[in-house]
Write a protein that binds this ligand. Sequence first.
Ligand SMILES: [Zn+2]
Length: 277
Amino acid sequence: MAKVHAIRTGFVQVRKSQRESKGKGIARITNMLFDPEWTEWLPIYAWAIEHEEGVILVDTGETSRVHQQGYFPNWHPFYRRATHFSVHPDEEIGTQLRALGIGARDIRQVVLTHLHTDHAGGLTDLTNTRFWIAPEEYKRASGFGGRLQGYLPNRWPRWWEPSFIRFDSGALGPFEKSMSLTKAGDVLIVPTPGHTPYHVSVVVHGSPMLFFAGDTSYNQQLLIAGKVDGVSPDENISRATLARIGALAKQQPLVYLPSHDPESEQRLLNRSVLSVE
Ligand SMILES: [Zn+2]
């Protein structure tokens, strides 16, 4: 089975009502921005899958440049009110990949679950390899419209040219479509809309299966409870995705690995599987 590395690229703190939403409709947003309570510092994980067809990265984590004056738009309410970062240069993905002995040329493919800054910030550490993103997510994150949504398209490297995901590999359990990343067909992308409308996750077949979930939920307990976060534009779509992951876990043992769950790394090491009622 492929060897997998959890790469923690620093920490983020969000309002508690971002991790688990409070209220309905527009109140979900205002509750998030004006919630006096912060979460504890949460890890920002990216993942490196050492596959025999080449290394596959899931997300790129955050960059220490977040600490530079003016890196974030100070006019944006989300950056003004709702997020804190802590990223040391040694925690960036480039430094950590080198420490693992993974060179830029070993990396064959990078999958971005979505383009929020803490998943795309490490792009500048990578060279031109194949980057997969859902075309609609790329469109949503681009330009001034993207900046209004809280994305930072102005921070993407100039050379960056992503490839667009096409779900042409058929169903995977309750997921109606997928896209295979390997000839062996053992690493796949599946659509997991919710946190953003075109968010994706990555699955590595095996026993147990590994499910790299991006931000489908901030932790495993929230998935089990079917609790939606504060940023998902449509709660029902998010909830349906959480239910689908749960349904897959009933069909076969699966390790659930969201990006910001403090317990993800330990679950990966112990291959602790998700158990749903
Ligand atoms: Zn996100």
